[in-house]
Every structure is written in C-alpha cells, then in structure tokens.
Design a binder for this molecule. Structure first.
Ligand code: TRP
Length: 328
C-alpha cells in the first residue's frame, strides 16, 4: 500500500536548540516509518526576513542539515533536501503568485505581527508578503497530505489550503488541500523560564558542547524565593524543574521536588541530576554530530541525493502545472 505523504521544512535562520528538537524534529523522526516523508531546509524563506544579511544563511543551512541527520532522520527512509537545490519550488511559487489575491496575503496574521516584531528591518517587500505563497508551493508541489507544524504555522497552512483550492477551481483538481499534523509536545522552557527561543537568548543549542550545556544548566534560574541553601522552595516556580519533567524519570522528579520543598537538597544537586539526564538524552545526537561535522562530504552527498529525488518528484507535478497554464 502506498504510504501517505508528509512534508515539512524549517527556515534556515539561526541554530537549532533543544526546544526545536523536542518539539519538532523528534516528531519528524517518528513519522518516518509510517509515512512517505519529505523534510527540507527552507533557505529561501530565510531571505524573506534576512535578505540584508545573507552571510549567515549557509551556516544555518549546514547546522539544520547536520541536526536533521543527527536527530535521527534517515536519508534511506525520508527525502531530505535543501529548498534552493530544487528550483521547481521557485517556478511553482511564481505561477501560484499569479492566482493569489494580495488581500489574502495581507490578512495572514503573521504578516503584520512579524513586521511589528522586527522593526529593525524593512519588511514591506514583495518577497516577505509572498512568504506563504512560497510555503504553499513547497507543500503542494509534492501533493503532500500532512504537514507536521506547530500551532504558530496554522495560519500559513490555512492560506495554503485556500490557494490550492483556488488552483483546483480555476483549472482542475491537481493539489490535495494539505492538513496540519499537530502533536502534543511538552513545552521546553529556556534558561530563564520563558519559552526557549533564540530571540530570548535563553537557549541550549544542539551545537553547544557538553561543557557549555553543563555551564548553562548550572547557571539556570531556579525558584527566586530560594536564596539560601536552607530556604524551602516551590519546584513549580523553577525552570529547572520544568526541564526535569521532560528529561527525568518520575522517581527523580518526585525526589527533586520533595528535596526542593523541604530544602533537603540544594539547587546544584537538583541541577546535577538534570545535567546527567540531558547529557543522556543528547549523547547519541552529539556522537552523530561529531561524525558529520568532520565529514562535510557525507553531508553534502545526503543533500545532493535528497535534492535529486525531490527534483524528480516535483518535475512530475510541474509537467501537469505547465501544461494546464499554457506553458508546455
Ligand atoms: N515557515 C516554516 C518555518 O518557519 C518553514 C517552512 C517553509 C515550512 N516551507 C514550509 C514548513 C512548508 C512546513 C511546510 O520554519
């Protein structure tokens, strides 16, 4: 039986962190056996907001690709590729832009939000407005059924469905309307207790060495009321405990919670347990990362092979689209 198709991508703007691993990548890995999966690095998307500083894109692309593989994406199971190595995405983006009303794009909530957030750049560009059109092309060119994404991406998916529907209505039924694949993830807090995010400068990066990870956890915030070793604390107010909930066993969670409430253990004792478990969690990833970092050729081969496969797949769709739009 033919497996249903899944597609997802990550934008190449910045290094991946523990939150990305727990919240997204691990889920991608778990979908590999049940679905026909396509996963890619969206380097063109990174230009929509980062066009003035393109020098970091290559580095981010490499970091993403290394982490994809190190986290367990298997090039023999999934098609792993880089967006700009499959120019058909850009061709479909252009063609879809012909049928996409500007008003739809202006109404995507992230359009205004991001413009307000990133006041330091001029985002009144054609490319930034067209972000969701490019994303639609990424998805429908594979006629993918499911798109594993976070809730923040749902408005983009909604407009993808609308664009697909409009194409099917204007011409003929070519594109399935893609559906989001939402999974419940534990929320990973950062070193300061806010959501882990590179823009808060509170992240544990997958490229951090064990020494750096240890140092970051050692200096993490805890319950602010626990100033002295003898003060009793409330584990629920400690970001360290939030991470225990993800990385430690039930018994360990109970032990450190009890120790915190009674001042039976100090914050450093509690952090040591967390450090041990985060190390345990990251060890296989670190091992594969080292292998890949010292072997760029292997990485490049994976990207090239995946992109070739992706290209062949997209050509099938593009033949139909060109024909329909009078271009063959
Ligand atoms: N917008 C996604 C992000 O911010 C990246 C992305 C680009 C994407 N194209 C996609 C995600 C297609 C899912 C499907 O990371």
């Amino acid at each position: 039986m033919k497996r249903e198709r899944v597609l997802s991508g990550m934008q190449a703007s910045g290094k991946l962190h523990l939150g990305n691993l727990v919240g997204a990548l691990k889920n991608w890995v778990s979908l590999q056996d049940a679905y026909d999966c396509f996963y890619f690095v969206a380097d063109w998307h990174a230009l929509t907001t980062g066009y003035a500083n393109p020098s970091s894109i290559k580095e981010s692309t490499t970091d993403l690709l290394i982490n994809f593989i190190a986290a367990g994406l298997d090039p023999d199971k999934s098609t792993i590729f880089i967006q700009s190595m499959v120019p058909q995405h850009a061709e479909l983006h252009l063609l879809l832009s012909m049928i996409t009303p500007v008003g739809w794009l202006e109404r995507v909530p992230t359009y205004k939000e991001k413009q307000e957030q990133l006041q330091d750049r001029d985002l009144s560009t054609y490319g930034f407005l067209g972000y969701p059109v490019l994303q639609t092309a990424d998805i429908v060119i594979y006629r993918a059924k499911y798109v594993p994404v976070g809730v923040d991406q749902l408005p983009h998916l909604e407009i993808s469905r609308e664009i697909a529907r409009r194409f099917n209505y204007l011409y003929r039924e070519v594109f399935p309307e893609p559906e989001g694949l939402l999974t419940e993830f534990p929320k990973v807090v950062g070193l300061d207790g806010r959501k882990m995010s590179k823009s808060y400068d509170n992240a544990i990066y997958l490229s951090d060495t064990p020494e750096v990870v240890e140092q970051k956890i050692r200096t993490m915030m805890t319950d602010p009321a626990r100033k002295r070793r003898t003060d009793k604390g409330d584990p629920e107010l400690s970001p360290v405990y939030q991470l225990h909930k993800i990385f430690s066993s039930k018994e360990e969670q109970e032990e450190v919670a009890q120790g915190c409430r009674t001042a039976g253990i100090g914050c450093i004792d509690c952090k040591k347990v967390l450090i041990r478990n985060v190390f345990h969690y990251l060890a296989p990833l670190w091992e594969k990362r080292n292998e890949l970092v010292s072997n760029p050729k292997m990485l490049f081969d994976i990207a090239r092979k995946g992109s070739e496969k992706a290209k062949a797949e997209t050509e099938e769709t593009m033949k139909i689209v060109r024909e329909i739009m009078g271009l063959s």
